[in-house]
Design a protein around this ligand. Structure first.
Ligand code: C5P
Length: 295
């Protein structure tokens, strides 16, 4: 969409957009608007995209970095849609605004990358255009269900409703997370995963409730729960085999990140290197990261 920059002196705003995993993800019912009620415990990660917003440039989105593939570089990009909606709310324009995303977060993997990019653009532009935090939150919800968590500061948080009703929780201690990212995902993944859950009993929110009341301390794999794990094997070709191989090599519980297909492990520092090594030679990218505290 954007091929070259204007020669005028451009103004830059820079930020980072963290990834997330869901320590708990319960889908508790179907709403009248076709969306699902969720009750989830989210955790921000140190793994993050770099986001640059530039004024005085040819308008559009450009995407680079190791995980650029799969992120749209056109007006369908969530970060661009967020900028357009916020501009309309603020009486501002996007016709000289360029967004550059340096992607370290794999696209459509269940790690919240697109939503986080959008949230960071909203925070950068919101500050620049003087938008209130209420307006930023409204625009975040207009863009999707996930940006609210990032706009609310990330860290460890519980989200309910469609995902927009965010309650921050005490940060968990900084601890390692290992991500195993399969090479392919599927079209309309999130919608298909939610639809598949309509055929099995819903969760009741009790696991999220228990996590929200847990005593401080390291999160262990046994505390992780994701309702989508009941249907993920059916939807993602090859995921069951990868999952079984990782669990057999590590001897630990490996879990689905969000609506997948990324798998993750969380635990203590001493085990992380061996867990990451277990992904060697399998058809997935292995990313070592850590939990990130609330901003
Ligand atoms: O929020 P987002 O646009 O990413 O969601 C993509 C699709 O996932 C929605 O169109 C809807 O079908 C489904 N979804 C849902 N319940 C949610 C979030 C998403 O059914 N809480």
């Amino acid at each position: 969409m954007r091929s070259k920059r204007c020669a005028t002196v451009a103004e830059h705003l820079r930020g980072i957009a963290p990834a997330k995993v869901n320590f708990v993800l319960e889908v508790t019912g179907l709403r009248r608007d076709g969306y699902h009620e969720i009750d989830t415990i989210l955790q921000a990660l140190e793994l993050a995209d770099d986001v640059v917003v530039e004024f005085g440039a040819l308008p559009g989105v450009s995407v680079d970095g190791r995980f650029a593939a799969g992120t749209p570089a056109d007006e369908s990009n969530l970060a661009w849609r967020a900028a357009e909606i916020l501009a309309a709310r603020c009486g501002a324009a996007v016709d000289d605004l360029a967004i550059t995303l340096h992607k370290r977060i794999p696209a459509a993997g269940g790690l919240g990358g697109g939503a986080s990019d959008a949230a960071t653009v909203l925070q950068l532009l919101g500050r620049h255009w003087g938008a209130s935090s209420e307006v930023i939150a409204e625009v975040a919800n207009a863009v999707g269900s996930d940006p609210a968590f990032f706009v609310a500061g990330g860290g460890t948080a519980r989200a309910r409703g469609r995902g927009e009703d965010v309650t921050p929780l005490p940060d968990v201690p900084r601890q390692p997370v290992v991500l195993f990212v399969p090479e392919s995902t599927i079209e309309r993944k999130t919608a298909r995963m939610f639809a598949a859950l309509d055929r099995v009993p819903f969760d009741d929110g009790s696991v999220s409730e228990a996590f929200a009341r847990r005593a401080p301390g390291l999160v262990t794999p046994a505390e992780i729960h994701n309702g989508f794990e009941r249907v993920a094997f059916d939807l993602f070709p090859g995921l069951a085999a990868l999952w079984e191989e990782l669990e057999s090599r590590t001897g630990e519980a490996i879990h689905l990140a969000g609506a997948g297909p990324t798998l993750f492990w969380v635990g203590g520092d001493s085990a992380a290197a061996a867990i990451a090594q277990a992904g060697a030679g399998l058809s997935c990218a292995v990313i070592r990261t850590t939990t990130r505290s609330r901003r």
